[in-house]
Design a protein around this ligand. Sequence first.
Ligand code: GAL
Length: 367
Amino acid sequence: MRSVIKTFARLLFTVLGGVSIASGATFTPGAVWLDTDGHPINAHGGGVLRYGGTYYWYGEFKTGQTYLPDCNKSWGGTRVDTTGVSCYTSTNLADWRNAGIVLAATPQDPTGDLAPGKVLERPKVVYNQTTHKFVMWMHIDSASYAAARSGVAVSDRPTGPFNYLGSFRPNADTWPDNATAADQQPAATNYLARDFHTGQMARDMTVFVDDDGRAYLFYSSEENPTMHVSLLTDDYLRPAGNYARIFIGRSMEAPAVFKHAGKYYLIGSACTAWAPNAARSAVADHPLGPWTELGNPCAGPDATNTFHAQSTFVLPVPGHPDQFIFMADQWKQWDLPNSRYLWLPLEFSSDGKPIVRWQDRWSQPMP
Ligand code: GAL
């Protein structure tokens, strides 16, 4: 009898505890979400690519001991050793199959970008219709986060393996399109001018592909206070040379960009390491800006700290032009592999602002 109760309880946990199907996908934000093998999904700071009717969820594969390197003690920058980028596939957003590590860390190369002791965060994959390649962008950093670089990898298949091309600081020897004369004058705290020749710092990031096929890289720059948005080359592998400073002095992080009814929207966070803070939203007529802030899009209990989470991606729901899924990470600073996912419906209010309402459990009808 005991074992029957146990089996029933386990079944109930599987159905209620994570993601399950009920006329679409049902989500329980913050619960443990299991893959089709029954293991917790491990894809943090992630993003989803829809290609050929399949969803590919890429993220940081976090495993092993969480520790605080000496160099990050002042700000609580805990970490786990880098193992690589994971990928899960689904056709219904409910059942996620583990497709394995699609870009692996390189313990055999302890000085390389993908060494376990370095930082690899927020991987995002886009598909290039012209080259037919899958292009992955990511934040690459040293353990102390001082390197602040953009990494790029490429694959012929969405499930990899991705071929790592390297990292750099974007836009060396190039001024932003909207740089003022003052921005170009060296000064003690003018990090844009300081980094002019070496390339600009690039930390939290995302990539957005517009309907016209142009891709844009958004990244926190200038020691974090100012974000940059940079047009990419047609093959999506390098900055094209046009970029803009946006959200100047706002310390915007964790960007997620999407398009609705001809306008561009960005949801992001403030800069407080693994601790949650109030989300921000913004709108623009063009990815390069100017961007206008619209305030905190969250509503409901704990809206002031994004329901204990931080944005990572906004997924358009196919067949429902007004529906989006807001994806966020509930980070567990001292147990990073146990960090949880929070996906919630994103709608638009009557005055045209994105709004994310808390729900304990909700279903996304699929077309
Ligand atoms: C956050 C950032 C995360 C990670 C973390 C490290 O601000 O959004 O991606 O870098 O800091 O503490």
